[in-house]
Design a binder for this molecule. Structure first.
Ligand code: DC
Length: 201
């Protein structure tokens, strides 16, 4: 059986947590596609050319422990606007989506570009303030030197760049189910996503 679940949305909307949880629940594989762009961004910060970094990306690059930092997130958003970088990462994501046993991919363009024929498409959002608060708590608990204001500014800048770029911008697919997690607990958000997936099994 091949079933693809596409989960898109802006930074810190909850899509990563939801994706992991529903993948575990249904026994599907999970790919956080943001990590691919973060790994490319990290290599660019090391001094590599962006397109070369994307075309020669290795799985060990996804294990770097600096991928969750603010500077790498911004670098990821910048390289993600380069069409050749995106093109270099398409085949891997499409093959992952169609692996036997089911797959959940989360990102920005999964339902629109990578997997327009995904069986289930979700678009996860939350207010800017709630997303910034969640990301601030996550980063500060890991010892990163951030303020709530800097995290909010960072998210807004990244969302703007991700939504306004010409190639594969962040936007909901026409047939995506919208899930606003602003006032939802993690458990309720996961339950709603699981319900949408179950309807297609
Ligand atoms: O999901 P994330 O915050 O880890 O993603 C980091 C950046 O990567 C994000 O700002 C935009 C880019 N990205 C993308 O353009 N397309 C995807 N499918 C996933 C991430």
């Amino acid at each position: 059986m091949s079933i693809a679940v596409a989960i898109d949305g802006p930074a810190a909307s909850g899509k990563g947590t939801i994706s992991k949880a529903v993948a575990t629940h249904f026994g599907f594989a999970h790919l956080d596609t943001g990590l691919l762009y973060r790994a490319v961004g990290a290599r660019v910060l090391d001094g590599m050319d962006a397109v070369e970094a994307a075309t020669s990306l290795d799985f060990t690059d996804l294990d770097r422990d600096d991928l969750r930092t603010g500077p790498v997130a911004q670098a990821a958003s910048k390289v993600a606007a380069i069409p050749e970088v995106r093109a270099a990462l398409v085949d891997f994501q499409r093959a992952f989506a169609r692996r036997a046993g089911g797959a959940v991919l989360d990102g920005r363009d999964i339902g629109t570009v990578i997997c327009p024929d995904a069986e289930v498409k979700l678009y996860v959002t939350a207010s800017d303030e709630i997303r910034a608060q969640r990301r601030y708590l996550e980063l500060s608990s890991k010892g990163h030197d951030v303020t709530p204001e800097s995290v909010l500014e960072d998210l807004r800048e990244r969302d703007r760049r991700d939504s306004e770029r010409a190639t594969a911008p962040l936007k909901p697919a026409d047939d995506a189910v919208l899930l606003d997690t602003t006032d939802l607990s993690i458990e309720d958000a996961i339950a709603k996503a699981a319900e949408a997936i179950r309807a297609h099994l």
